[in-house]
Unconditional design. Structure first.
Length: 155
């Protein structure tokens, strides 16, 4: 298997979030203009989402690259590469408050990476690590794809 597959975040999702953050920020500015001090919190909080949304639309900022021996998650230019041989399983987890289904994975016990973070993450979700996006796929589709690549590698 010499192929490489690169998945990128959904542009539609990030354009919609940019629109949403912009509208709420504008609402906060309007609140400020009406002498409502809470508008500062609204504008400040949602205003932070605007540059993040814009950055997510820049090519190369975030992606998931699947390669024969490893996969790389890149989120806002921060990269993390995991070897397929170090992964025990992939699955989904629903974040309780956000009710967002996330793709997660457990590393093999002998894998030395992320020892401290793994323990903390496992207490919260039952999983060692998560993948930061579903890249235009459903969580189930992405788990199926990741498991397929992992199993192909372990043969």
């Amino acid at each position: 298997m010499n192929e490489t597959l690169i998945l990128v975040p959904s542009r539609r999702k990030w354009l919609l979030l940019l629109l949403l953050f912009s509208c709420f920020t504008a609402g906060g500015v309007w609140m400020i203009s009406e002498a409502d001090r809470n508008g500062w919190w609204v504008a400040g909080f949602f205003g932070l989402g605007i540059p993040i949304s814009v950055l997510q639309l820049v090519p190369g900022t975030s992606y998931l690259r699947l390669e024969p021996t490893s996969f790389t998650c890149c989120s806002l230019y921060r990269k993390s590469t995991i070897q397929w041989k170090d992964v025990q399983a992939f699955g989904t987890w629903i974040a309780p408050r956000a009710r967002t289904k996330m793709v997660c994975f457990n590393l093999r016990p002998e894998c030395p990476k992320y020892k401290v973070g793994r323990k903390f993450s496992r207490v919260i979700s039952g999983w060692d690590r998560e993948i930061p996006d579903t890249y235009g796929k459903s969580a189930e589709e992405l788990v199926e794809l990741m498991e397929e690549w992992r199993l192909r590698r372990s043969r």
